[in-house]
Design a protein around this ligand. Structure first.
Ligand SMILES: [Zn+2]
Length: 302
């Protein structure tokens, strides 16, 4: 019995000694290695190294976090822009009551503007000291309320437009205000952007002259009145707050959404009145609808 030798096994043409078989084998190996290389390239495209994947994931997370922060900032800014603006202004200082008002404002941390009478800064050492206190506080704003306050003779004062301009310029030069917002003594007049209001028409020429000299003239939408004999403020702050709300809600202030409130330093000399001022400012401050703003930020003031 004879068995076929291993060399005889298999199909014809598969004999390893056959040159055709060798060529076939080499060709197969080349194709296989090319396929393997190709597959490994494909793998590289689909599956990057682990650290590169991690970097991509981190960068995506960072982008998402930045977007969320930008969104919440935009919402906050929108809410802030929608708030009604309160311009709390105190006239006629420095005088009695100025340091009390200043200490209330410092404690409450709100934006407040003082309309200064130039002459008052030099009337007494105490007034000068109060001026220095006001100047040292960078959070408040100091504006021009004339040098002489017309010496309280308004009719005569407004008959001389050049004299009115000169009076305000004197304060501007001596006190070096960093803005040109002014308030007329004894008159509720406005010259800001397109707002032109003259309460007593005999004063018009003088007020126009001051405006033409580069001053933005701010009157007021509402006054916190005070008793000129007892030097005490109207204690009914609930009524004052309701009137403020009504004016803003009705859009009947000079600029809708913006309310200028006039008060006087000298009304806050006694402790109970200082407490009233504290309470009043606290009420406005705690109302999310409102925001305190400095006079120079009023729309249209350059
Ligand atoms: Zn005044």
């Amino acid at each position: 019995m004879s068995f076929p030798s291993s060399a005889d096994e298999g199909e014809p043409g598969t004999n390893r000694n056959n040159p055709l078989f060798s060529i076939h084998l080499i060709f197969t190996l080349i194709v296989l290695s090319a396929l393997t290389a190709c597959q490994s390239n494909n793998k590289n495209e689909k599956k990057p190294p682990a650290d590169s994947q991690q970097r991509r994931a981190d960068s995506l997370l960072q982008q998402q976090r930045a977007q969320r922060q930008a969104d919440s900032l935009a919402t906050m800014q929108k809410k802030k822009a929608a708030r009604k603006k309160i311009y709390l202004t105190f006239d006629d200082g420095p005088n009695k009551g100025t340091s009390n008002v200043l200490s209330v404002i410092k404690e409450q941390q709100v934006a407040v503007s003082f309309f200064i009478v130039g002459k008052h800064v030099f009337d007494s050492p105490q007034q000068h000291a109060n001026w220095e206190l006001l100047k040292a506080d960078s959070a408040i704003e100091l504006c021009n309320h004339s040098y002489t306050h017309a010496l309280n003779r308004y009719t005569k004062f407004y008959q001389d437009p050049a004299g009115v301009v000169q009076d305000f310029q004197q304060s501007q030069e001596k006190l070096q205000f960093n803005n040109k917002v002014a308030r007329m003594p004894g008159r509720n007049a406005w010259r800001i952007d397109s707002i032109r209001v003259t309460d007593i028409k005999e004063s018009r020429a003088a007020i126009d002259s001051l405006h033409n000299a580069g001053f933005a003239i701010m009157g007021w939408d509402i006054e916190w009145s005070f008793n000129h004999k007892t030097m005490t403020p109207d204690p009914d702050t609930a009524l004052l707050l309701r009137r403020i709300k009504n004016l803003l809600d009705a859009g009947t202030t000079q600029t809708p959404g913006h309310l200028v409130l006039l008060a006087h330093d000298q009304a806050f000399q006694k402790q109970p009145d200082i407490e009233t001022l504290h309470g009043f400012i606290r009420e406005l401050k705690n109302n999310e609808e409102y925001e305190f703003v400095l006079a120079s930020k009023y729309p249209g003031v350059k």
